[in-house]
Design a protein around this ligand. Structure first.
Ligand SMILES: Cc1ncc(COP(=O)(O)O)c(C=O)c1O
Length: 364
């Protein structure tokens, strides 16, 4: 335990840790936001005070992630899961698109798209238990594909493409839910990026969508208004009541990482955190086994297994007693998973690594 307030080391895959200074500011402003006499949760989204919050969140998202002017920023609801459907409804209907499957979340993406059109699975890493991502250059694309969809970081398998797609004229659409803002990325390589906020950007309830302007012209006409990106673009993502509190916190998170020094600094910090844990896995002589191949190891989600179920249970019991929580792996991969999102402190990663070393010595 550390960081004050009796906080545990929270290795949750999502919702994940939020920076403590953000929580402190939210606490301080909870009952009376900057003299408004009420909390953000209680005020009209059309009022001056919230508009100020919304504009700052958008501007800071743009600054932090280097989002060019020809991209719209939308704060929507329905999670990344609704995006699986909206993408297909808006851009696929009546046509085909290329889908890359590297794990559980990209599987869900293509499954939702199948209900709307003809998504083609151009790559599926099933045969190797979803332990890697393809090199962009090895993909065989289909003529006429309206876009290429992929999941940059597979949260469950801990598999990361580790680079932006090429500037090849294709319209790359990326689910960045579990690694957005974990390192610098070149927005201009993408037609669209989306991410549920609850891992690196703030609380659940808001989904960030970054959409290139020309994509708006290609939207299928006649969609239900809430499912049509154009509705949200035309109404500055305030067609209906937005998730005001979640946007406010996301805004504080953007500002926090800008003040920290930007995404290059964030990446440096994330590499150091992940290195503590991967270092122990690699030096354990096979006691710990990581899931992903080295080139595609995620900096955010680190799934690993122990030699037996008994040891896995013992590991979970002992770490829980130390105040290291949410380390149980997803049922589809088994074992353990340490998620170390941006706001997860380096001392927590180091503490887990030290514990892992001792546990292997005692039980190996
Ligand atoms: C990569 C990825 N995509 C999509 C989702 C689904 O997000 P949501 O729960 O916001 O719908 C998750 C959630 O964990 C995820 O990790």
């Amino acid at each position: 335990m550390s960081q004050g307030y009796n906080r545990v080391f929270n290795f949750s895959a999502g919702p994940g840790a939020i920076p403590v200074p953000v929580l402190e500011q939210a606490r301080d402003e909870m009952l009376n936001w900057q003299g408004a006499g009420m909390s953000i949760m209680e005020m009209s989204h059309r009022g001056k005070a919230f508009i100020k919050v919304a504009e700052a969140a958008e501007a800071d998202a743009r600054t932090l992630m280097g989002i060019p002017d020809n991209y719209k920023i939308l704060f929507l609801q329905g999670g990344a899961s609704l995006q699986f459907t909206m993408i297909a409804q808006n851009f696929l209907r009546g046509g085909s698109a290329d889908y890359i499957t590297t794990g559980e979340w990209s599987k869900k993406g293509i499954a939702a798209a199948k209900l709307e059109g003809d998504p083609k699975a151009i790559y599926d890493a099933k045969e190797s238990a979803y332990n890697h991502a393809p090199a962009y250059g090895d993909l065989a694309h289909n003529d006429g594909a309206r876009y290429v969809h992929f999941t940059m970081n597979e949260t469950i398998q801990g598999v990361d493409f580790a680079a932006d797609p090429p500037a090849d004229g294709r319209d790359w659409i990326c689910d960045m839910s579990s690694n957005i803002a974990s390192r610098p990325f070149d927005v201009s390589r993408y037609a669209m990026i989306y991410a549920g906020a609850q891992k690196n950007l703030g609380p659940s309830g808001v989904t960030l969508v970054i959409l290139r302007d020309d994509m708006v012209e290609r939207i299928t006409p006649g969609l239900p208004p809430m499912l049509d990106y154009k509705t949200h673009v035309d109404n500055g993502w305030m067609y209906n009541t937005p998730p005001c509190w979640s946007v406010y916190i996301a805004g504080l998170v953007f500002r926090h990482w800008i003040n920290f020094g930007g995404l290059a600094k964030v990446e440096e910090m994330n590499k150091a955190k992940a290195a503590h844990i991967y270092g122990v896995i690699d030096a354990s002589g096979g006691f710990y086994k990581g899931h992903a191949v080295e080139a595609n190891r995620s900096l955010m989600n680190i799934p690993f297994t122990l030699p037996t179920e008994e040891l896995t249970t013992k590991f979970l019991e002992e770490t829980k007693a130390e105040g290291y929580l949410e380390l149980k792996g997803h049922r589809s991969v088994g074992g353990l998973r340490a998620s170390v999102y941006n706001a997860f402190p380096e001392e927590g990663a180091k503490a887990l690594a030290d514990f892992m070393r001792g546990f292997a010595e005692r039980n190996g």
